[in-house]
Design a protein around this ligand. Structure first.
Ligand code: SF4
Length: 343
């Protein structure tokens, strides 16, 4: 059985050619799936009945099985899905101002075990397919409370650059005007810093946004928070990010979770300022989401502001982000983890 969401438009055209069907039918089918959210061939009333029968016999339009949906007071909506092999994955819809951002998972579980992240705590299960990522995107677009999707971030469970080919295919599909037509500049890959994959990404000539989880300004602290740093230390990571910026002209965003007593002193802010000197980059400060990891707490409000001001003083562009959806366990992997333990 063919899975239509695993196919690009050209691949579907090739399949239809094997069935002696005209190429333009592929565009009609894509329009039903990605523009209208129709998953039932019977409803595709501009597609001949004979072709619909062939599709029913040989091709499947996948959809995710929803386990739970939670809507936060701030409009953030978290969806937990069960895949056919029983893996649980999460996707989140985040409305803010004039945009609705879909936060997509790229793997079931994660190998990288960052200490502040629930996804890393349950271990790695498997890569998601392109179709499973498009399923999440389509679900948020057609079945979330917002029923809209303007931006995408690959920031859910998993490390997107560890599932490189499938993630790049899903991004190209979401970006294509034949499917969801989400602008490349509205799509963000968020990575823990896999240096060889970052170098490869720089050569893709995509105008997507790059967001890098930094969370510390020295190797000892970063390796403690993010074991991946032992393999790709800060110096190599920052060099790869500068290369990405040079190749693509896109500003790089660094995510920095502020954790009390760990990485949020004024000395840390100054070290961070030195690392990013002369770099077309922005730092997103995010106070630690209490309850995600035992013993890790956000700093006091005043300390957060001191940290921000010290960074600004060293010439770094800074935004201070609020954690969204705290009342619905919206942090990465939080809802899934609770299910794993309660099963
Ligand atoms: S932060 Fe990202 S890379 Fe780290 S454990 Fe969580 S999902 Fe994996």
């Amino acid at each position: 059985m063919v899975h239509l969401k695993e196919l690009t438009l050209q691949e579907l055209e090739q399949l239809l050619a094997q069935w002696q069907e005209p190429a333009f039918r592929a565009r009609q089918i894509f329009s039903w799936i990605y523009r209208t959210g129709v998953l039932d061939y019977a409803a595709m009333n501009n597609v001949p009945v004979s072709l619909r029968r062939k599709l029913e016999a040989a091709a499947r339009i996948s959809a995710l099985s929803l386990v739970e949906k939670r809507l936060a007071r701030d409009g953030t909506e978290k969806c937990l899905f069960r895949l056919p092999d029983s893996q649980l994955i999460e996707a989140v819809s985040i409305p803010a101002d004039n945009r609705v951002t879909g936060c997509i998972s790229s793997q079931a579980g994660c190998k990288f075990a960052c200490v502040f992240c629930c996804s890393g705590q349950a271990g790695f299960q498997r890569d998601l397919t392109c179709g499973e990522m498009l399923d999440q995107i389509a679900f948020l677009k057609f079945q979330s409370a917002a029923r809209e999707l303007t931006h995408l971030v690959f920031m859910g469970t998993g490390e997107p650059l560890d599932n490189y080919d499938n993630v790049l295919k899903a991004i190209r599909m979401a970006n294509s005007e034949d499917t969801l037509h989400i602008g490349a500049r509205r799509i963000t890959i968020s990575t823990c810093g896999i240096v060889p994959a970052l170098e490869r990404l720089a050569g893709e000539r995509l105008q997507i946004e790059l967001s890098v989880s930094l969370h510390a300004a020295d190797d000892a602290t970063r390796s403690r928070l993010m074991p991946v740093n032992k393999r790709y230390p800060l110096k190599e990571l920052i060099a790869a990010c500068r290369h990405y910026n040079k190749q693509t002209g896109r500003q790089v965003t660094f995510e920095y979770i502020l954790i009390s007593g760990v990485n949020s002193s004024l000395a840390d802010a100054r070290k961070l300022g030195r690392i990013l000197e002369g770099f077309d980059a922005k730092v997103n400060l995010i106070p630690m989401n209490a309850g995600v990891s035992a013993g890790l707490q956000p700093p006091q409000k005043l300390d957060i502001l001191f940290f921000r001001d010290a960074l600004v003083k060293s010439g770094v562009r800074v935004t201070l982000r609020k954690s969204r959806g705290q009342d619905i366990e919206a942090a990465c992997g939080q809802l899934r983890l609770r299910y794993e333990y309660e099963k």
